[in-house]
Design a protein around this ligand. Structure first.
Ligand SMILES: [Zn+2]
Ligand SMILES: [Zn+2]
Length: 407
């Protein structure tokens, strides 16, 4: 993006945008009424899976990390596939989304900008504005979209037809499960995706932790830790304001970033390369960093047998309530106090900032992540031990997948 003309991002009028407003309202109405009438567990499951899929592969990886910020390289067919999946979120066409994002990015970095562009009004007013209205700036800045994107025939086609792109999945879902699947797999998914996009935009510019400050900017980004999994890592928005070109959004210990995990898997499969990290972004004089970045970007590769072995032997011993345990970690997502409530008296949570993940040492072995938390909670009593044993296989699988991704 290049600024060709400064323009003015402060003065403008908010006007009702009929297409945007009716699109969102009708999806929400169908989702609420139709969803109520056609509820089934299968339909709910379909809604959850399709929503997570389009947010992860489409919005986070395709639209945001690739199309908008070009933070990694991949084959053209994969880029098209990811961006097409991003259009399925139902926000707008790819070029419209890019233009809107560029304008917000540019405006938020200026000393002042319109409240619409920085989510600066109250909650309800911002909701009305973002979901039903548009901002007409008196003198908008001219921000050029790179020609290879603006001239791309596929993207231009998607831009003209983005609403119609819901028809192919709707037909497929109708064939598979009739109207309930269409209502839950298309309308409810769009209603949740578009509403969620506004909600996270609102909170990520108003509430949450800040590890960086961009001096002289009209608004700062905030990290909304609770939404990290729901947003596929997009809610680490303070990090994103600091390093817009980084493909990795969760930068600090404990910052879960599913989009990044998938990107690393794509890289392993040879489908992504030239992945940009904060160190690859141009230095910014206006950036103040309040926390030292963890330097270890490379992982300590552990064979899967060691991970499984450590989990099994530690859980056998500890669930039999033998031995004391110190649970160490950064305690970012889960506070130390909450951990203390969760685990029994045989476990002592201890904040260790140098540990990037929740873990405990057992003999000469180390158990990390979700299995560590489950085993710790399992030492509490017979019920928590039984629950821990039931959940441990799944947690072990997650941990194995995770240990293949990053440390
Ligand atoms: Zn922002
Ligand atoms: Zn961005």
């Amino acid at each position: 993006m290049h600024s060709l003309d400064n323009g003015n991002v402060v003065h403008g009028n908010i006007t009702w945008a009929p297409v945007k407003s009716l699109w969102w309202s009708s999806m929400v109405a169908v989702a609420l009424v139709g969803g109520w009438l056609t509820f089934s567990w299968a339909a709910l499951g379909l809604f959850l899976v399709t929503t997570a899929f389009v947010l992860l592969f489409g919005h986070s990886l395709g639209s945001h990390r690739k199309l908008i910020h070009d933070s990694f390289a991949c084959p053209r067919w994969l880029e098209y596939l990811l961006v097409y999946t991003g259009v399925q979120v139902g926000l707008s066409g790819p070029l419209g989304l890019l233009a809107q994002h560029d304008l917000r990015d540019y405006a938020q970095r200026q000393p002042d900008c319109h409240d619409y562009l920085r989510h600066g009004s109250g909650f309800w007013k911002d909701g009305w504005w973002q979901l039903h209205c548009e901002l007409r700036l008196d003198k908008p800045p001219v921000l050029a979209i790179p020609a290879h994107i603006a001239q791309d025939r596929f993207y231009r086609f998607l831009e003209r037809t983005w609403m119609l792109q819901q028809v192919p999945p709707a037909l497929l879902l109708f064939a598979l499960g009739g109207w309930p699947f269409v209502i839950w797999g298309v309308c409810a998914r769009i209603a949740a995706g578009v509403t969620g996009h506004w909600l996270i935009g609102y909170f990520a510019h108003n509430h949450g932790v800040m590890q960086h400050t961009v001096e002289g900017a009209a608004v700062q980004g905030h990290n909304v830790a609770l939404a990290s999994l729901l947003t596929m890592g997009e809610s680490w928005h303070n990090n994103h304001h600091a390093y817009p070109g980084s493909a990795k959004l969760g930068l600090y210990p404990g910052e879960w970033d599913p989009g990044w995990w998938v990107l690393v898997l794509l890289k392993r499969a040879g489908l992504a390369w030239d992945i940009r990290l904060p160190g690859d972004c141009p230095p910014r004089l206006e950036l103040r960093v309040h926390a030292a970045l963890p330097v270890a970007m490379a992982q300590a590769h552990r064979p899967w047998r060691a991970t499984v072995g450590a989990i099994i032997s530690a859980s056998r011993q500890l669930l039999a309530r033998r031995g004391q345990l110190v649970l160490e970690g950064p305690f970012v997502l889960l506070s130390e106090g909450a951990a203390r409530c969760l685990v029994g008296s045989r476990v002592r949570p201890q904040r260790t900032p140098s540990r990037s993940r929740l873990s405990f040492e057992y003999g000469d072995q180390m158990v990390r992540g979700l299995p560590a938390l489950l085993i710790a909670a399992g030492t509490r009593n017979a019920f928590t031990a039984a629950a821990a044993l039931v959940l441990l296989p799944l947690a072990t699988l997650c941990e194995l997948a995770r240990s293949q991704v990053d440390a």
